[in-house]
Unconditional design. Structure first.
Length: 346
């Protein structure tokens, strides 16, 4: 049986949209850093999920009033959305992600949900959800959450990463866009201004390699444990890219097989269709090897001096080349998941 909730740790600049297309096709609603993605599913909750979350957030007496047929439907919808927002903040905090002190969420509702154990919270999140976060720092994540996960390995965690050179170029491009396309993350706003003062791409790359606060660097270093823990499903952007973006069909199928096994899907559901094509101009940003083409010899020296621990060369035995992958791939992978590039050819 497919797990109802999962966590995807996708480092900034890793081409997260490719993974989000797959998890959405498997029936998961995206939360967190990908919650604004247009491919996210509707995630309509069932009656049982509504009752469970409302009772946890407001108590049985107020829930009974909200669900009373004469009660105004708008009040029920507002109360449910308030509970979902509070649950979002509670989970976001437990995963060690930054939150704002000022929030429109009712503090009493948030406080009530925050006192619940992780096993209960997992059952309250409506529908099937995938939490997208940019890093999972063991020093910032909630201690009880980590203890529970260590004991149960639930919810499953997928670590999605990419060659550090490609991630840096992707981040530089994102932070060089107009502010409304960068998003509202405070560090993105700050580094957008900083990058604007660097006249050339070479200067921007040098800044990214030498400034430890550059978006994505700290997350990458503090999430290294994910590459080594036996319960983590590791998937690379290079595997998901497919032939059109510089990868291979075989590597993509192998990665999808691991993901299906991790999430408990014995076979892809009928609703798993072809991921949508990338937005205009996104193909180049998602291509494999863009960083190797743009990094100079000086950049490579800086990379090895400051971030040698983040280098994952093709010869690394824990990430075999695509040609060395086994042939035991499932025959029932739908065409859309097997070769997404076919849909991008228009």
């Amino acid at each position: 049986m497919a797990v109802p909730q999962m966590i995807a740790v996708s480092l900034p600049g890793s081409g997260t949209s490719l993974l989000a297309d797959v998890t959405t096709a498997l029936g998961y609603t995206s939360y967190g850093t990908m919650s604004g993605d247009p491919a996210a599913g509707p995630g309509q909750p069932g009656p049982g999920e509504v009752y469970s979350l409302l009772t946890a957030a407001y108590g049985p007496d107020r829930t009974a009033l909200l669900l009373n047929p004469p009660h105004h439907r708008g009040s029920l919808e507002d109360a449910f959305q308030q509970a979902v927002s509070a649950l979002w903040r509670v989970w976001w905090t437990r995963l060690g992600q930054p939150t704002t002190h000022a929030s429109p969420v009712d503090p009493d509702v948030e406080s009530r949900l925050a006192r619940l154990p992780d096993t209960t919270l997992l059952k309250l999140l409506p529908g099937h959800g995938c939490w997208y976060i940019t890093g999972l720092d063991l020093q910032r994540a909630d201690a009880d959450f980590l203890r529970t996960w260590h004991t149960r390995s639930q919810p499953p965690i997928v670590h999605h990463h990419r060659d550090i050179r490609d991630r840096i170029i992707s981040q530089i491009r994102a932070l060089s866009q107009p502010v409304d396309r960068v998003g509202s993350l405070p560090e993105h706003l700050i580094y957008r201004d900083i990058l604007a003062t660097r006249p050339t791409l070479d200067d921007k790359i040098t800044l990214a390699l030498t400034d430890p606060g550059f978006p994505g660097m700290r997350e990458a270093h503090r999430s290294q444990w994910l590459l080594h823990h036996p319960a983590i499903c590791v998937i690379t952007h290079e595997e998901l890219a497919g032939p059109l973006l510089g990868g291979t069909t075989r590597a993509r199928e192998r990665a999808l097989t691991r993901l299906l096994h991790t999430t408990g899907h014995p076979a892809p559901p009928a609703s798993a269709g072809t991921p949508p094509p990338p937005a205009d101009g996104a193909g180049d940003d998602l291509a494999v090897g863009i960083g190797r083409r743009l990094f100079t010899a000086a950049h490579e020296r800086l990379l090895r001096h400051h971030h040698s621990a983040l280098l994952r060369e093709p010869a690394d035995p824990s990430h075999p080349p695509a040609d060395d992958l086994p042939d035991d791939l499932p025959d029932d992978l739908p065409a859309g998941l097997r070769q997404p590039e076919a849909s991008w050819r228009g």
